[in-house]
Ligand binder design. Structure first.
Ligand code: PTJ
Length: 258
């Protein structure tokens, strides 16, 4: 049977996408983003972001490369060491990995905070409800009672007891100046982005060049493996990480397939 016969023209539920389809992960991702747009969770611009991401993922071989796996372990160690870790959620993240983000928050004691570029009360509420439907108990980002300094767009709006006060922040799927502004606030930043040349991974303490669909569950697995490690061991994991080498390894894979 050809690919054309195995996937129906209009996929209503993701279970209809055959798992043995050679493009399964890409079809699943596209379906979740489309669904997100229909539900008012994902902005239309999120489709462009997804298209860009999937091109890089194709060149990466649609797999978690060893340097990304290491970065995901280091990220887990940072989150376990943190006093106040926060996972930032935009419209693409909410559509792609809602329950996976809730699991990561559970495994690391992190808070979930909605933070949007195209911020409207309706989208904030839709994303918070979507996360609650996937098991989140407390969702931050609705108060927006603090501002990230020197950022003149909607992403500056954060919760005072959330991202504003956090020591470690996970920033997925945004190429922008917020990463630089958070860096200037002295926060430890973990960025998930398939493009190693984006501004966000370029300034991150831990750049993770991997598809968020693979990265987040793997971070959770690492966090569970490291749960009993002592503080000194976690510090060692963090200190041994070479962010430049991780970025170079990803670029090398994308450019030369190596
Ligand atoms: O929901 P909002 O209103 O906050 O809007 C979010 C958008 C999509 C507008 C915003 O995040 C955006 O414009 O993103 P950019 O600038 O397109 O950057 C997104 C980055 O994420 C790009 O570098 C993509 O390569 C990368 N990316 C896209 N999909 C994935 C990804 N990285 C990892 N996993 C993915 N599935």
């Amino acid at each position: 049977m050809s690919d054309y016969d195995t996937v129906s023209a209009e996929v209503e539920h993701e279970e209809e996408i055959p798992e043995d389809h050679p493009r399964y992960q890409d079809l699943l991702t596209r379906h979740r983003i489309e669904n997100g747009v229909e539900k008012g969770i994902t902005h239309l611009q999120g489709m462009h972001a997804e298209g860009r991401g999937s091109a890089f993922d194709y060149l990466l071989g649609e797999e978690t490369i060893p340097s990304a796996d290491e970065a995901e372990r280091v990220a887990a160690a940072h989150l376990l060491l943190a006093d106040q870790p926060v996972l930032s959620i935009n419209g693409n993240v909410a559509a792609l990995v809602p329950s996976e983000m809730v699991d990561l928050a559970d495994a690391t004691g992190a808070d979930l905070e909605v933070n949007l570029f195209n911020r409207t009360p309706e989208r904030i509420e839709a994303i918070a409800s979507h996360l609650r439907e996937h098991g989140a108990e407390d969702v931050k980002g609705l108060e927006a009672d603090a501002r990230i300094p020197r950022l003149d767009h909607q992403r500056a709006k954060v919760d005072a007891d959330g991202i504003y006060d956090a020591d470690v922040v996970v920033v997925p799927l945004e190429d922008g100046d917020r990463a630089e502004a958070l860096e200037e606030m002295g926060k430890t930043e973990i960025v998930i982005d398939l493009n190693p040349l984006s501004r966000s991974p370029q300034v991150a303490d831990v750049p993770i060049v991997d598809n968020i669909i693979r990265a987040v569950p793997n971070m959770t697995d690492h966090a569970r493996d490291l749960a009993d490690a002592g503080e000194a061991d976690l510090e060692t994991v963090v200190e041994e990480f070479d962010r430049e080498a991780a970025l170079e390894a990803a670029e090398e894979r994308i450019r030369n397939g190596l």
